[in-house]
Design a protein around this ligand. Structure first.
Ligand code: SAM
Length: 222
């Protein structure tokens, strides 16, 4: 079982995501827990503000240290163990399958989602989170990156995927290795045929073809 605590200004963004498909089933099966927390609930401001103008000038607003740190500390204290804190930020460590494997071994992850121009740097200095980026581009907020962390991590939690073999065959399960091409019915689509080897029932030949195709794809993409 893995527990996620998502700290966000927009918890409602997760409603559809949590109530569909694999994640919904994993939650129902007790394999995954997701708890949503609104950072605004820790604002001491009478208008519940959590952002302010940047010192030194410049565009946009910056998330203030106090409500964010208070929120993280309060959420941490709500359950055992305290969990590993991930700060979603485009300046962080790139999320790849190695990091996903590392995260899937944790019992509890706290996912801190930024908005606006990002976080007051003292949040990072005080909380020393693992800073995680989903790629070299900028999203409007940390919610989609947090969903990417949840989505990739739960695939590695035993029992979440129907067929335990499927995560092991996935692209990137070995560094740099991409999955072979897959086909399903019909056998011919727009004059494109499924390769004969996949129809013959010879499992050794199928495995050999898949290894060869996987190597070819991996080589082409490197
Ligand atoms: N001004 C910041 C910068 O240039 O680094 C970007 C702020 S972005 C508009 C707002 C929030 O979205 C960030 O604080 C972070 O939580 C999240 N975010 C945006 N892109 C991300 C990425 N590639 N990976 C992880 N989080 C990201």
């Amino acid at each position: 079982m893995i527990r996620f605590d998502v700290l966000t200004l927009f918890p409602d963004l997760f409603a559809g995501y949590l109530s569909q498909s694999l994640l919904k089933l994993a939650i129902q099966a007790g394999l995954v827990q997701v708890h949503l927390w609104n950072i605004r609930d820790w604002s001491k401001d009478k208008h519940q503000r959590v952002d302010d103008r940047p010192f030194g000038g410049g565009p946009g607003m910056v998330m203030m240290a106090e409500p964010v740190v208070d929120c993280v500390e309060a959420v941490r204290a709500k359950a055992e163990p305290a969990g590993r804190l991930l700060m979603m930020t485009p300046t962080g460590r790139r999320l790849d399958q190695r990091l996903v494997e590392e995260l899937a071994a944790e019992p509890r992850l706290l996912l801190l989602c930024g908005r606006y121009e990002g976080f007051d740097d003292r949040i990072r200095q005080v909380l020393t989170p693992t800073e995680v980026s989903i790629g070299d581009y900028v999203c409007n907020g940390g919610e989609v990156p947090a969903m990417a962390v949840i989505d990739t991590t739960i695939r590695l939690i035993p029992g979440v995927l129907g067929d335990e073999g499927s995560a092991a065959d996935d692209s990137h399960s070995e560094p740099g290795r991409l999955e072979y091409p897959q086909y399903t019915r019909p056998r011919t689509y727009r004059e494109l045929d499924v390769p004969d080897v996949l129809l013959g029932g010879n499992h050794r030949a199928i495995a050999a073809w898949r290894r060869e195709q996987s190597a070819k794809r991996s080589e082409e993409s490197s």
